[in-house]
Ligand binder design. Structure first.
Ligand SMILES: [Zn+2]
Length: 94
């Protein structure tokens, strides 16, 4: 799956290298700025979560963000993300 994504991405860059590089740089910069703001505000928008294995019997199941290590249930992550986007919108970040 990752190999396929990577292959497709490399093809896109090969066919329009300058445009793609520029676009990637802009996306990266925008993403970095957004995540930096999220860090400052204590917000997790990563959404890349893993099951917390050390709490195997926890109900509902607990997840931990792979990047900032926030721990919550899947539902809490979803609710949290909606609230976080509202906060970022208010702050004029989005
Ligand atoms: Zn996070």
């Amino acid at each position: 799956m990752f190999d396929d994504d990577f292959g497709a991405e490399m093809e896109a860059i090969d066919t329009a290298r300058l445009d793609a590089d520029l676009e990637h740089a802009q996306l990266d910069a925008a993403g970095d700025a957004l995540y930096a703001t999220c860090d400052e505000m204590g917000i997790c928008l990563h959404g890349v979560v893993l099951v917390v294995k050390e709490i195997p019997v926890a109900t509902p199941r607990r997840y931990r963000c792979k990047f900032c290590r926030k721990v919550a249930t899947q539902e809490e992550f979803n609710t949290y993300r909606t609230a976080s986007y509202a906060r970022l919108d208010e702050a004029g970040v989005l």
